[in-house]
Ligand binder design. Structure first.
Ligand code: ATP
Length: 267
């Protein structure tokens, strides 16, 4: 698939180590998704069915997409990413055909993790849906999910910020019947996230990441990533007058002056 989102295998690998906080959530995802994809025989032996669909819900920027990519990478699974709004707008008129193609690719390339971001925009509660097209797309998804075999090696992960806006029919057994809440990180989660995003940054020893974690209550992973990038940019702006950019390459001893300080994080 080239036009519908991205296909991941061999690039954009994400590991569980790249996710800060969310320890219990990663554990759940490993049991619910990674284990059945890697070892369907265990589920067969136990006589239980692996889930076909898992709903991740929580505020934007908390790592839902990251977690889906990580479990795909770590399970060596094919990864297909689509988004609700994309299906609704880009393929308007041929959305159902595209959905059938996407599910076909998923089955052919199994084990596959199909990630559907912002599911609420494709499949809001049907009473909220007015258009005939929207209604047809919801039914198409329901029938494609029902058509997946329990041990077919395809698991659909859907994400939403508004779990209550998702059509209840999608949350019935055999569809998105497992749910994992992805919360805003607490202080220790924030510290882990900061450590991940600053791990390749030249930080001065005065940078106190624990303090930054303590005073960033309410920040989600995406905010903390932005904070780190901003600090690096402040460092760059501060040091720019000292960098001789006339030369082909900035000399090593000048590059060594690029050190991010606590002040770069503070302002
Ligand atoms: P949305 O609902 O907006 O799609 P999301 O929950 O899927 O949000 P992501 O796209 O996974 O959020 O997060 C955006 C970026 O923020 C990630 O690519 C990552 O760099 C950073 N990030 C978010 N959460 C975490 C986390 N727990 N650990 C490390 N980085 C994180």
């Amino acid at each position: 698939i080239t036009e519908v989102g991205e296909t991941l295998r061999g690039f954009t690998q994400v590991s569980y180590e790249d996710i800060g906080g969310l320890r219990e959530e990663i554990q759940k995802v490993r049991e619910m998704i990674e284990l059945p994809l890697r070892h369907p025989e265990i589920f067969e032996k136990l006589g239980i069915e692996a889930p076909k669909g898992v709903l991740l819900y929580g505020p934007p920027g908390t790592g839902k997409t990251l977690l889906a990519k990580a479990v795909a990478s770590e399970s060596n699974a094919h990864f297909i990413s689509i988004s609700g709004p994309e299906i609704m707008s880009k393929f308007y008129g041929e959305s159902e055909a595209r959905l059938r193609e996407i599910f076909k690719e998923a089955r052919e390339k199994a084990p596959t993790i199909m990630f559907v971001d912002e599911i609420d925009s494709i499949a809001p509660k049907r009473e909220e849906v007015t258009g005939e097209v929207e209604r047809r797309i919801v039914s198409q998804i329901l029938s494609l999910m029902d058509g997946l075999e329990a041990r077919g090696g395809v698991i659909v992960i859907a994400a939403t910020n508004r779990p209550n806006a998702v059509d209840p029919a999608l949350r019935r057994p055999g569809r998105f019947d497992r749910e994992i809440e992805i919360k805003v990180p607490d202080r220790s989660g924030r510290l882990e996230i900061l450590q991940i995003h600053a791990r390749n940054m030249p930080l001065q020893s005065d940078v106190d990441q624990s303090r930054i974690a303590a005073i960033t209550h309410g920040f989600v992973g995406a905010d903390l990533e932005y904070l780190c990038k901003e600090a690096a940019m402040k460092c760059l702006r501060r040091m720019l007058p000292e960098l001789d950019l006339e030369q082909e390459q900035v000399p090593l001893e000048t590059l060594d002056k690029l050190v991010i300080t606590q002040g770069d994080f503070d302002q």
